[in-house]
Design a binder for this molecule. Sequence first.
Ligand code: GLU
Length: 491
Amino acid sequence: MPGEVRVRYAPSPTGLPHIGNIRTALFNWLFARHHGGKFIVRIEDTDQARLVPGSVDVILDGLRWLDIDWDEGPEVGGPFGPYFQSERLDIYHDLAERLVSQGNAYHCYCSQERPSQDGQGARDRRTSASADCKCRDLSQAEISELISKTGQESEVIRFAMPKDGITKVNDLIRGEVEWRNETLNDFIILKSDGFPTYHLAVVADDHLMEISHVMRAEEWLPSTPRHLQLIEALGFEPPQFAHLPMIMGPDRAKLSKRHGATAIGEYEHDGYLPEAMRNFMVLLGWSLDDKTEIMSTQTIIDNFTLDRVTKSAAIFDQEKLLWVNGMYIRELSPEQLAGRMMPFLERDLPKELLPVDEKYLRRIAPLLQERIKRLDEAAGMTSYFFQADHQFDTETLVQKGMDRDMTLSALKTALDELNATDDFQHEKLEAVLQAAGERLSLSRRQFFGVLRVAATGRAVSPPLFEMMEVLGKDRTVSRVKNALERFSAAG
Ligand code: GLU
């Protein structure tokens, strides 16, 4: 690729970054890393009315969580800063005035800003060809007269769109797209609050920051002819454009809350691994070979080219995400899984069970590694390992086909056997307890069922003997003893 690849992620800090938004960041980052180029973060904070305090931090935290690092931008700086558009107002003013002096833009004196016509992105689709103002054609004398009559200075600066001809883009993903200029209105480039609109700011900064490829969501495609016209009027070299496919729910409706969490932070909170999330998000519009689902970051970077990005909408399938997450969880070592679970246990376990012993947790981890799909299940799946005693209905000790006496003798026998066993190793435990059950003429299901409830308070648990080994002799014995005492007392 000739010249250095420089791509940018340009979020507006207007709330929680959602999946689609972060997917754009991820694709830009992968593209930069594939080409050995630069990935730039630029904060597009020119729409003052929509700013949400704190969202820049949330956006950057989302990137950090996914291990997406940026070469230039907030916190790290860079040679093309500042990277917040609100700190670049002089630049936009100069460019707007330059366009006015060249005759490519004009001061508009109409009092309302007609936001429905001059907003960003998707709203652009609703624009009509002719803004119903006459300011574009006013002579200097008419302007002076207007000002003296109304006492009103210029409200905004509008770009004077060519009234005929076509504007074409050769989009790297969507191919050639063209618009008839007569269908595009004279959009605002500088607002009455002194801030530029998105259109002017994005064109100015993509040029000044030497962006080689503008890769963004498809919803921005309708803005592209405006950008190309601005670029031409300013005499800039246009970047390459690549518009990423929409993300939809399984019902083919635009992704929304209805389909599950949409903000990236919610996935962190819900116990998805960032590497799983990243792998899953890469598949939202890109594929290696139409079949491989789980890939290392290096494989993705090595193969991340735009010809593998689809034109058709990507489907966000929560079930698949869960599956991908499970796959990644199973790949962790017990130490790693314990480390990943720890913050969730600290957050979700009852306070009296904290702190969790790290060494103990590392032994517990393999027991649930095959079953756990999200880390936020950890507390529910492990709490009985930490509880001193279980509160459970002692009637659940009685297994199918057993009566009270059989259950009592099962508990007594088990307790004796456990007390007599010093080598608390799962094969040994199984052999000893299997023989004891046979002596009582109980089936495995019956005898081990009693033991499982006694040891955990639950009817379902990881493999019984592995679990007892992890619990250790003291805990196991004391639990079975407790169960026996409570069961006898209840009789
Ligand atoms: N500020 C726009 C956004 O929030 C960026 C659009 C673009 O990348 O040009 O998505």
